[in-house]
Write a protein that binds this ligand. Sequence first.
Ligand code: AMP
Ligand code: MG
Length: 350
Amino acid sequence: METLVDRINTDTPDKLIIQKYADIIKNGGLVAFPTETVYGLGANALDDSAVRKIFEVKNRPVNNPLIAHISDIGMLETVARDIPSGLERLFAAFWPGALTVVLPKRAAVPLSVTAGGETVAVRCPSHPVAGELIRLSGVPIVAPSANLSGRPSPTCFEHVYTDLYGKVSGIIDGGRCDIGIESTVVIPKGKSVLKILRPGAVTPQMLEKCGFEAHVDKNVLAPVKDNTVVASPGMLYRHYAPRASMEIVRGDDDDVISYINEKIVQSGADGKIGVLCFDGERELYRNAFVIEYGSADNPLSLSKNLFAALRRFDEADVTKIYARVIKPCGLGLGIYNRMLRAASFNVTSL
Ligand code: AMP
Ligand code: MG
C-alpha cells in the first residue's frame, strides 16, 4: 500500500496538510499521527470496517478495546452517554490532556471499538496536530499506539515508519512526543471515586488534588493471574517489550551497580549486555551497551526516552537488558507499570 507522509510544524500546524489526512480518515483509511503521549494509529471511531483494519494492521488481540479521541468536550456525547455528574471538574482540570475516562457507550460506537463491551474509553488530546486532525475529520478517532502489537510504543516518526510504512494510508511526522508513555486510564466508581486502570502523566496525586479519591487497580503493578476477569484487557498482555529479555534491578545505588557489573562479567563481557541507567552513570558499566534514559530526579525525562531506548536495544541486538527504575510514585508509577510489562515482571530487589 502507498503511504502518504508529511512532516508538520507542531506549533502552527498547516491545516491544508492535515486536511489530506482528515479526508483519508473520513474515507475509512488509517492515519498515524502524533499526540502528546505517544503516536496513535487513527481511524473513524464510528466506522466498524475502518476500526477492524486497525486490529489487522497492528495484529492486536480483538479483546483489547480502543480509546476514542475527541477534539473538544462538545464531541463527548457522540460516543458516551449517561455521563455521571461530578465529572465536569475532571474534564475541566485535565482535558485536553493525558487522561482517558471509561464511560457508558452510545449505540453509534461499534462493538469492535469496545471489544464487545458496553463502555467506551474517551480522551481529548492536547497535541495541536491531533486536535486539528479530529476537528477536520469531523468524527471521533480511535487511536491505539501506532506500533505493531507487543512492541514498544512509538514516540517519534521513525518508530512509526519502521512498524507501519506500507501498511497504512498515511503517517504525519510531528517529531518527538512530549510525555512518551500512554495516557492515564480511569473508570468512575461512584461519586468522587476513580479507579486507575493504567497509570500515566495524570498521577493519583493530581486526581486527588482535583477532589477525587484515586484507587490504583491491583493489576497495575502485579501480573494478572490465570482466569481472573480484568477491568482493562490491556493489562493482560506482555507489552511494550524489547526482543531481549529484561530484568529490572531495584535497591541502593551501589548494590544495583555492582550487581549489574557482576552480571556483565559473568556473561563474558562481550558488549551484548544492555544496561538501561540514569544520566551520568555510563562510565560505571564496562563492556556493555549502555543507554542513559534520563535523570532520576526528572521522571518526565525518563518517560520521554523509555520506549526509544527499548527500541535502540533491539537495533543493537543485545541478548539481555538490566534496567534501573525510579520509585513507583507520581509519574514514576506509569514508568514502572510499562517497565514491568516490558520485563514480563522480572524484578530483582537487592
Ligand atoms: P492503547 O490504545 O494501546 O493505548 O490501549 C488502550 C487501553 O485502554 C487498552 O489496552 C485498555 O486497557 C484501555 N481501555 C480501552 N477501552 C476500555 C474500556 N472500555 N474499559 C477498560 N479499559 C479500556
Ligand atoms: Mg499500545
